[in-house]
Design a protein around this ligand. Sequence first.
Ligand code: GLA
Length: 398
Amino acid sequence: MPSRMAALLALALLSSFASAQVKLAATPPMGWNSWNWFAEKVTDKDVRQAADLLVSSGMRDAGYVYVNIDDAWQGTRDEAGNLHSNDKFPDMKALSDYVHSKGLKLGIYSSPGPKTCARFEGSLGHEEQDAQLYASWGIDYLKYDLCSFHNGVMRKEHPGDSPEAMHLQYKMMRDAYEKMHQALLKTGRPIVYSLCQYGFDSVWQWGPEVGANLWRTTGDITPTFDRISLIGREQAGLARYAAPGHWNDPDMLEVGNGKLTLDENHTHMGMWAMLAAPLLAGNNLSQLTPDIKAILTNREILAIDQDTLGKQADRIYAEGPIEIWARPLADGGSALAIFNFGEQRCYLRGISLHLEQAGAFRGWSARDVWAAKELGPIDDSTHFTIPRHGSVILRLSK
Ligand code: GLA
């Protein structure tokens, strides 16, 4: 009997461990990241201020809970190999306590290579030590960025572009990501694991195997509509790889950055929500305008992103600059987006909405999400006028 009891106990422990694992990133992670605005200049003070502003702006309560320090926090290693933060971050544990005291979580950044992309200290050869350090600080999220591991390690070890060399390079890359995965598991702390290797080797096909909760599918985003719309459109076909716990990451939000127009900001946010993308705001929260705040905190848009079914949208139709994307939702309905990537206003004349491909049928009704307006029954020929670089997002239900 005692052995049966022990087996039952082990089973109970295992299943509670498994469900704790599933709960990590059960919906796409939301928060703020320092890179898109502060880049290498980020300081402890900026991160504390971002935490304060997430709370005072209402963003935390809308779901933006991760405060992620990107590159440029690292100092040097001491003789024992322990990494220290640099002068801009005098006390990481104190910073972490501060962020946690606001009901938020703290994220950090490193690389499997010797150096990060901004040439700060990477984790190569110190994976376990770094993972333990993060856990001791109370870190909740790690972005692990390939950077110098690519040229400095993979390509050095297996030079050339032959299929054999590439195969071996990519094997090294996967092993490096698995190594940090194991190091994170060993800490016993739930830490969201974010892969950043720009989509190499179709990462969406193997990300979950190395413990990734999310993986970048592209190179870096910039605050221009050309770049944002290209990245968005390139996500076609990736929907099948997203699921609770494992998300495609088309990169952090540029909403509110650069010279994006209001329509472009709406389209960017709406597209990322349709894509079940992680939503990491990348703007300067101390300059949050009411328009940008309304876009970032629109509860109905966020509900699409965070839908518990976890099904990412895919493209169901394209005609020139017009694209229609759809995703099923947990309540049995669907979300449908019509994007106008073109340079002119579009009246959708002659363009069918393809409602059946969106999983919606005759007699279904639509709600215009950004307008917060019930449109009533809808059919394939319902007309919309969509401005240049604009979009319409509909929530469809029986
Ligand atoms: C890479 C990543 C960016 C950012 C920088 C930091 O370019 O893709 O998101 O983390 O490195 O150096």
